[in-house]
Design a protein around this ligand. Structure first.
Ligand SMILES: [Zn+2]
Length: 339
């Protein structure tokens, strides 16, 4: 990406092993993230550009001498942050704060929207998938890299549990995955706040029981109506805009919790007083996807959940610039890239 609205396909030198803990991965599936749309809207023009993409599945082509758990030919999924898996933060399940970790596309690390990447800390980062590289489950497996793990994180942080009423703010891919994650964790009632009918239709298939198409104040009133004036026990904020966040806080039942996973496009957390008076917990943040992959994998492998339904378009690498445009224009929910 060279600036707002300026995504190009460039030839760059092939990645190679730089550290003994590296692996080289040939990418077989990647995708465009809702969070990629923030720089797509606002990035200042730059001559060097920035490598994009942080969700991918691929095949190990080579490994450094210190890599012990992976070998050439393994099909692997990468979480959207790489991590060593050995430090104290990783041990606590907070791989996004890994002392040795980092982000795809930064420094000399490749982005996922390409043909191949050098994966640092390969043993800690990559999770082997027991399927062939063109398995039909690929779209759903790819969501473990970010969106499904992020929706799950929102649900965990919002303390979704059996019998609870859950509200999900946002009908993008993460919001839809939040619905699926809430159902998986036993929520009794799941309200989705969204106004795109094609998306809320998927939400219903994922387990949403009510659709709130209103926005702002009217949405708050509608949720209150649906919850006998109390609000939801667990609210998943999956947008990142201040208005969405305020809505999330206003529809949380006293004593309830908000799990926020939308990348915040604002500085200060609003509603200090009402959340104080209502003892509302505000939790969440960047999802430690690596901590959740093994837990979520069996439901995907065994076909009980199909989070890959959030992909409604598949393109080759040369279609990536138009894929950004399609997601930004709300023409596509989430675009899968098959290099
Ligand atoms: Zn670590």
């Amino acid at each position: 990406m060279y600036g707002a609205g300026d995504v190009r396909i460039d030839d760059v030198p092939d990645p190679r092993i730089l550290e003994p803990t590296d692996a080289l991965v040939r990418i077989t599936r990647s995708c465009i993230c809702g969070s990629d749309l923030w720089p797509y809207k606002t990035m200042e023009a730059s001559d060097e550009g920035r490598r994009m993409g942080h969700e991918f599945i691929g095949v190990v082509e080579d490994t450094g001498s210190a890599v012990t758990t992976l070998r050439r030919g393994d099909v692997v999924v990468a979480p959207f942050v790489f991590s060593d898996g050995t430090c104290d933060f990783c041990a606590e399940g907070l791989h996004t704060s890994c002392r040795g970790g980092g982000f795809w596309g930064a420094g000399d690390v490749d982005g996922g929207q390409g043909e191949a990447v050098r994966v640092p800390l390969a043993d800690g980062t990559l999770v082997k998938l027991p399927v062939p590289e063109d398995d039909a489950l690929m779209p759903s497996l790819l969501t473990l890299s970010d969106v499904f793990a992020t929706g799950h994180h929102a649900a965990v942080c919002a303390r979704v549990a059996p019998g609870k009423t859950v509200a999900v703010v946002g009908d993008g891919a993460v919001g839809l995955c939040g619905v699926l994650a809430a159902r998986r964790l036993g929520a009794e009632r799941i309200l989705i706040l969204g106004r795109h009918e094609d998306r809320t239709a998927i939400a219903r298939e994922f387990g949403a029981t009510d659709v709130v198409a209103e926005r702002g104040k009217a949405a708050v009133e509608r949720v209150m109506e649906l919850t006998q004036g109390d609000g939801a026990h667990a609210v998943l904020e999956c947008v990142g805009l201040e208005d969405a966040f305020k809505t999330a806080l206003r529809i949380t039942r006293p004593g309830g919790a908000v799990g926020r996973v939308g990348v915040p496009q604002f500085e200060a957390l609003p509603a200090a007083v009402p959340t104080f008076l209502n003892n509302v917990t505000v939790s969440g943040g960047i999802a430690p996807a690596r901590a959740y992959i093994e837990e979520l994998l069996p439901d995907v492998l065994e076909g009980r959940l199909e989070p890959g339904r959030v992909f409604d378009r598949a393109i080759a690498l040369d279609g990536v610039p138009d894929g950004y445009r399609a997601m930004d224009d709300r023409e596509a929910v989430k675009v899968l890239v098959k290099p």
